[in-house]
Write a protein that binds this ligand. Sequence first.
Ligand code: ASP
Length: 566
Amino acid sequence: MVVMGWVHRRRDLGNLLFLDVRDRSGIVQVVFNKETQAEAHAKAEQARSEFVVAVEGKVVKREKANPEIGTGEIELVATKLHILNTAKTPPFPIEAEINAAEETRLRYRYLDLRRPKPHANLALRHKMVLEMRKTMDEMGFIEVETPMLTRSTPEGARDYLVPSRVHHGQFYALPQSPQIFKQILMIGGLDRYFQIVKCFRDEDLRADRQPEFTQLDLEMSFPRQEDIFNVIENVMVRVCAVAGIAVQAPFPHMLYKDAIRKYGSDKPDLRFGMELHEVTECFPVEARQKLQIEGSVFAFAAPGGAAYSRKQLDELAEKAKAVGARGAYFVKVAAEGTTSTVEKLIGAENVKKLAVACGAKSGDLVVAASAKQEIKGTEAAALVAGQLRLHLGEALGAIDKNQWKFLWLTGFPLFEWSENEKSWASAQHPFTGIVDEDLEKLETAPWEVRSKGYDLVLNGYELGSGSIRIHRQDVQERVFKALGLSQEQLRKRFGFFLDALTYGTPPHGGIALGVDRIAMLLSGEKSIREVIAFGKTTAAQDLMAESPSDVDVAQLEQLGIEIKGG
Ligand code: ASP
């Protein structure tokens, strides 16, 4: 028998030398006996961690089994050792658990990848994606590739641009999504398209974002909303099963405005309660003035929170400020009686009312919050309270980590107010369909227009979003105009698409799910970088390949580009 792999560990007991040899499938113990196999033993003395070896020998049953490892019942008695390659001492040990900084792990990703967890994550991801493809295929969808070198697709982020060598001064954009192409495939009569596809968005990065990410993207002709929900539910049930997680379809639905008012989030985590209640009327005018409350107040009851100390409440108030609160107000409901940080200001009656409104029981802490800044078209105080709900849900151990709570969100507004741009922006993207009876408000009351969009949420994460699309050219043009594009701009940017819409476009709709995010959740990770083979830092760098990087002046010249100050 020959075993090949890496030296995981070496233990030298004099006459007996043990090498643990590791490959993708696990670890096996190899014994070198100085008396019976002097030559192999002498070679083994030279072996060090991460050397690559081939061992010839015989498998025997161990005298004392090691239940910690998969091959713990047996060992390999070596007759010959070949050292196939040496290795420098790695910057961190290749162990299941390590505490190396993420930057070090990313820089030496090839070493990090030798650990069991990254292996398992990539293997699970492979199985998930395979199941997605199988499921989509069985439902009659065909996978079509769309271009990577294309023009801007608006998804609310900045574009990654690629300069053209042939056409100086002109640029391709990497797709923020295949949105326009998949709609054109419907115009092309393809009917049921999907793609597991890379998308690129230059935006501020977080734990669950990457400059490039993978999507399960799909589009259907003539769908009702529930047809798309059925497709995705089918996919998600099967993908979860691959990870050993049983979930049931259909998934519940919730209106966007209910999600905001009840959970203070457009991606509510339904694994725990602590629902929000509007308690503005518990704060009389005078108290509101003293507390400088301009808008509404939202509150919730946190079970077990009454045991919070003064110091913990102060910390909670600080946390509230950090997430945009004007103020946070607390009521402790305890057997000895109800106490509150705002009793003097709002009076005992109102304190009681506040506790009752939240359904607080003995032992609960009622947390109420107002917002520092009102945001047009949304409940700013609810959003602040929603953040505190998540924080306390985690801190008080209220979240059952074995639950998988899917949710469809519908009833989104078509537009969102952009404080930066001081204009209306698409809440999703400008191709999102419009609830028929709201069409007439497009120019007169854009903030009231509801979209035909939907989001899929799992355990507090947005897995993806989609919509029934606009399929009429005149409506699409009106939306572009409502977004502030002039006739000239919309022709220049979207003329080809507007033209395509005039040649008999079927009603169509679709969705895209974030594959990295799904893999992250199903493998129990907290960052998508753990399920991506070669991830980028939050500063959008690949530390291993050292990109982005400078390029040769000659390359720039070919592209007709000069770096300012370079
Ligand atoms: N293009 C959208 C996105 O990438 C998804 C969709 O509307 O189908 O988020």
